[in-house]
Design a protein around this ligand. Structure first.
Ligand code: HEM
Length: 254
């Protein structure tokens, strides 16, 4: 799939193309080519890596957020009212999506309970590292930060309960890290620091728009007696692959 693009763009043929004449593209294919600077790399594996970090993460968050909302059906009319009001005032724009703050909070709460990974910020020590407390991490050691602060009762009261209003309350009390696209040492689902997820604004808007559209267009519910379970596989936390929703077009929708 990539080779015809490489051929068209003249990658790998630098000798035959006049320096400075190569057309510039603003995409990951070009960025990888520039970063590799002539060194060999696996272009297809890199694109698959991007796809996994951008698409699998987003679809998992969308699925689990929808399941959590359906498990708390009282939320649905409130979320619909909020979305309708936001769209009426500002349309399907960044400003409109910004105004869906209960939805923002609900998705962040889903992400707190199921951040996608039991650990995050996986790294390998490339040299011996001595921490401020004297602990040495020997070269070659794999390290990661565990996600359990997101379930710590000292940080999040009643941590195992889903509370769609949790981050809305924090936001209203002036906590600047309570928005979905914000991160903090207490909520690292989008990472933190130098390698913080650059796609988090896009992903937040994408998930919120999809959820608002689904809730406004369809009646959705979980079949009676079914409780979807989060599946843990290694460090991964996945949505219940067997979860099913009953979906019906709303009467006032075409
Ligand atoms: C819900 C969706 C997403 C989640 C939960 C998520 C999570 C993360 C996390 C935790 C990191 C940091 C990993 C680390 O430091 O070890 C990260 C990095 C990254 N994410 Fe996302 N991500 C999401 C969506 C996206 C999207 C939509 C894109 C692209 C359009 C994207 C592109 C990236 C890239 C390129 C990095 C690497 C940044 C760097 O190393 O400087 N992500 N993501």
């Amino acid at each position: 799939m990539l080779q015809p693009i490489f051929d068209r763009r003249g990658y790998g043929q630098s000798q035959s193309i006049e320096p400075g004449k190569m057309e510039k593209f603003e995409d990951t294919i070009q960025w990888l080519e520039e970063t590799a600077a002539g060194r060999p790399y696996d272009a297809a594996a890199s694109q698959i890596g991007f796809a996994i970090s951008a698409m699998h993460t987003t679809s998992e968050l969308l699925k689990q957020s929808l399941l959590d909302i359906c498990m708390h059906p009282d939320l649905i009319p409130v979320l619909r009212d909020e979305a309708n009001k936001a769209i009426e005032e500002s349309g399907w724009t960044t400003a409109g999506v910004f105004k869906m703050q209960l939805l923002d909070s609900a998705v962040k709460e889903t992400q707190r309970l199921k951040p996608g990974l039991l650990v995050n910020l996986e790294r390998k020590a490339l040299r011996d590292v001595i921490l401020p407390n004297g602990l040495t991490i020997p070269r070659g050691t794999n390290v990661a930060v565990d996600s359990s602060m997101m379930w710590d009762p000292a940080i999040y009261p009643d941590p195992s309960s889903y509370d769609a209003y949790r981050f809305l309350r924090l936001r209203k009390s002036g906590n600047t890290a309570a928005a979905l696209a914000s991160t903090s040492p207490e909520h690292i689902a989008f990472g933190i620091g130098k390698s913080i997820c650059p796609g988090r604004f896009f992903a937040s808007n994408e998930v919120k728009i999809a959820l608002a559209k689904i809730l406004l267009t369809y009646d959705v519910r979980i079949p009676e007696g079914v409780t979807p379970k989060i599946v843990e596989m290694g460090f991964e936390m996945l949505c219940d692959p067997d979860a099913k929703l009953e979906v019906r077009m709303r009467k006032d929708e075409k």
